[in-house]
Design a protein around this ligand. Structure first.
Ligand SMILES: [Zn+2]
Length: 509
């Protein structure tokens, strides 16, 4: 999809002209661009502007488009980000169903919780993602290509774009397109079935994405099983024991910042399929466990997007990758695992494997002497029990880091909510036989997982754990997201990195 923001050409006529109206405008037409007002005078249904309503009408021959599509936003044009995303998706679906390909779009919204620049970024990103679908495995009739939105032109100088120069607007469009492309890649990786996304496939995709870019400051190293053994990553190797497929550990580095500046390390759980292992999961919904690598995909997406945006930051992405399978060689409940750090853990439940592979990855992060370590993992069902589908769970001992991440989440609609990491919880993961145990009983499951990771977080670095199980993927269309992976965490992290740069810049003055 091509998106432009500029005054429309005089002669050009588009297929569809899309406008939005709020019901509480004393004159509901007054919020619309003038040419749309004129075309609609006396032609609008009584419900025009009410939340969820829409109507279509042909336009006269001197209009900028063949047909007008009007959508209602309810009481106000100041709406929640979620509502904006949902509207953009339903608009894209309706237009594509009707065979429209070129669109003139008027976006008069303001977004709650976001300043104008953040709002523009959000709207553009979700405009690019509005017609996302994953159809790689459809064939024949199902494959038949639907029409696709190819060109969207936004009305210049309206809504959040009021007062923005054409040049700035163009740059923002380009940036949003980069982040949307990273999100689409991450969604594709997540939605790919696990038979085609084995650890070696994931590593191959990461390597290909880096190679394609051919940039000196963007590099990738893939550790194979032998190299992982050499690193003594006992946790990753233990979880991998039940699988026929070998593990991988991908290190992707983007050095866009000052030379010698400590990097931010991003660690992502990459369990490409999680059967639970010997502590096997129930059959129902087990297929969803193809998404248990969303942490790793998120990390890859963040590093690639930061590089594509040219952010002046140093990033190291670390993704341990394995399947978790039951077999005669699988690791078992009661086993004791020795990690890269030398610490030991009793395996109480082989389905709590994410923390077991992350323990080694967090420890490995030490070798890069990072300033901050963030880890992303679809770690616990308990996080979903606690927060539903509306927010990820955040854990950090640093109030400042936590506040920065929560704020970045609010301003990108990748919302996240902090839960405690108090020492008292350590009691839950005590083991009679080893340093720690990989489960902590029934209560506070998301916290127990975080407490386990805390044991391995590099000393001397700030650390936060993002349990993205609630928001990484949905099993149906939800909140304006297509079924499947969402790309949650990418926009949040890029926002946080930019906030950090802004802060560092201002403290220098
Ligand atoms: Zn598991």
């Amino acid at each position: 999809m091509k998106v432009e923001i500029r005054e429309r050409g005089k002669k050009e006529r588009r297929h569809a002209y899309v406008v939005f109206a709020a019901k509480d405008d004393s004159n509901v037409l007054s919020g619309l661009p003038e040419d749309a007002q004129a075309a609609l005078m006396g032609a609008v249904p009584a419900s025009f502007g009410s939340d969820g309503t829409s109507f279509t009408t042909p336009l006269p021959s001197d209009s900028p488009a063949l047909r007008l599509y009007a959508f209602g936003t309810g009481k106000s044009l100041t709406i929640t980000p979620r509502k904006a995303r949902t509207l953009l998706r339903s608009v894209a679906k309706l237009l594509e169903k009707n065979g429209e390909t070129t669109v003139l779009l008027d976006l008069p919204f303001s977004l709650e919780r976001m300043n104008p620049a953040e709002g523009r970024e959000f709207l553009l990103r979700h405009l690019f993602l509005s017609n996302y679908s994953f159809t790689r495995y459809k064939t024949g009739e199902a494959k038949e290509k639907k029409t696709e939105l190819t060109s969207v032109r936004l009305s210049a100088l309206r809504g959040l774009w009021t007062g923005v120069s054409e040049k700035d607007a163009e740059r923002e469009v380009r940036d949003a397109e980069i982040v949307a492309a990273a999100s689409a890649l991450v969604r594709d990786l997540g939605n790919t079935p696990s038979n085609d996304l084995l650890p070696r496939h994931f590593a191959g995709h990461a390597a290909a994405e880096v190679k394609k870019r051919a940039r000196k400051n963007l590099t990738v190293t893939v550790l194979d099983k032998q190299a992982i053994e050499k690193e003594k990553m006992g946790g990753l190797l233990a979880v991998n024991r039940g699988a026929t497929e070998e593990p991988r550990f991908v290190v992707i580095q983007y050095m866009g910042g000052r030379k010698g500046q400590k990097p931010v390390a991003l660690v992502g759980k990459g369990v490409t399929f999680d059967s639970g292992g010997i502590s096997i999961k129930p059959a129902e919904k087990m297929g969803e466990m193809k998404w248990d690598m969303m942490g790793a995909a998120t990390v890859l997406g963040i590093v690639l997007a930061a590089s594509d945006l040219g952010l002046p930051v140093n990033l190291v992405g670390l993704t341990p990758l394995t399947e978790n399978m039951p077999s005669g060689s699988a690791y078992k409940p009661g086993d004791i695992v020795t990690f890269r750090s030398g610490k030991t853990a009793e395996i109480d439940n082989t389905d709590a494997e994410g923390r077991v592979i992350l323990a080694d990855a967090l420890d490995y992060a030490k070798t890069f002497n990072p300033e901050v370590v963030l880890d992303y993992a679809t770690l616990t069902g308990a996080a979903v029990v606690a927060l539903g589908f509306e927010a990820g769970a955040l854990f950090s001992e640093s109030d400042e880091l936590a506040a920065g991440i929560v704020s970045a989440g609010e301003r990108t609609d990748d919302r996240i909510w902090r839960l405690p990491l108090w020492d008292e919880y350590k009691e839950n993961i005590k083991s009679d036989w080893a340093d720690v145990k990989n489960t902590g009983g029934r209560w506070g499951g998301a916290i127990n997982g975080a407490m386990f990771l805390k044991e391995f977080a590099p000393e001397g670095a700030l650390w936060a754990h993002l349990d993205i199980a609630p928001t990484a993927n949905y099993d149906r269309e939800y909140a304006g997201y297509a079924t499947g992976a969402t790309g949650y965490g990418i926009a949040l992290t890029l926002r946080w990195l930019r906030d950090r740069l802004a802060l560092a810049g201002s403290s220098k003055n």
